[in-house]
Write a protein of this length. Structure first.
Length: 217
């Protein structure tokens, strides 16, 4: 009995370690990142962190795909975009009504969605599945927060953009923030399924895995 418990416990531990080490996330270099020649730079950052790309493709997404990727029919998600857009006004003398013509979160979110769909189709994107320890959080950290002018230096969005919703929304365009990364495990699973449905996700080891994770006696 005791032996079995130990075995079960070991199996559980091994399973947990395996799932943490092989966590997968979806990420994407958006059209501005591709057209600015930043594909190599962004992938370099992912690889430098010890993560590996296990699937990758370049496409111009259809409107249908973008609408499935972003939950554009979820009113709460759309209103959250409006709230984020208002955050971009912090420190400015303008009210949301002055700047965007409305202070209603949902209305503001709706107009962001229109420009977001145009932006995401303005050129090719590079879609990827990335794998590694805590890949979801790690790639979000590499990306930095949504609004580039608030993103820390050292992050993809902070190093390569200063764009802000104040400017973008007044100009009637999306924020150009270069990169997308899944926010949580449910989003990662759905996005991998959506973008790589039925496609091969590769399984391989990195040469430096042994050095990074072996025991030294
Ligand atoms: P969101 O899912 O909130 O952010 P993230 O990409 O960090 O997960 O927003 C989706 C995209 O909407 C975001 O990457 C850029 C765009 N966006 C705008 O174009 N204008 C805005 O005012 C906001 C808030 C977002």
């Amino acid at each position: 009995m005791a032996k079995n418990t130990t075995k079960d416990y070991d199996a559980k531990l091994n399973k947990t370690v395996f799932s943490v080490k092989h966590q997968r996330t979806f990420c994407m270099i958006k059209p501005d990142g591709v057209m600015r020649g930043l594909i190599g730079e962004i992938i370099r950052r992912i690889e430098k962190a010890g993560l590996k790309v296990v699937a990758m493709k370049m496409i111009i997404p259809t409107e249908e795909l973008i609408k499935k990727h972003y939950p554009t029919s979820d009113e709460a998600w759309v209103a959250r975009l409006g709230v984020k857009a208002k955050k971009g006004l912090e420190g400015s003398p303008l009210t949301a009504k002055d700047a965007y013509g409305t202070d209603n979160d949902k209305e503001l979110g709706d107009s962001v969605v229109v420009s977001l769909i145009q932006y995401m189709q303005s050129g090719p994107v590079v879609a990827m599945v990335v794998e590694g320890i805590q890949a979801i959080n790690m790639v979000r950290k590499l990306a930095g927060p949504t609004l580039p002018f608030m993103a820390e230096m050292g992050t993809i969005r902070g190093d390569f953009s200063v764009d802000s919703p104040l400017v973008a929304n007044i100009e009637g365009r999306s924020i150009h923030n270069l990169f997308h990364a899944s926010e949580n495990p449910v989003e990662a699973e759905n996005e991998i399924k959506l973008w790589f449905d039925g496609e091969i996700i590769c399984d391989y080891s990195l040469g430096n895995d042994d050095i990074m994770y072996c025991k030294h006696y």
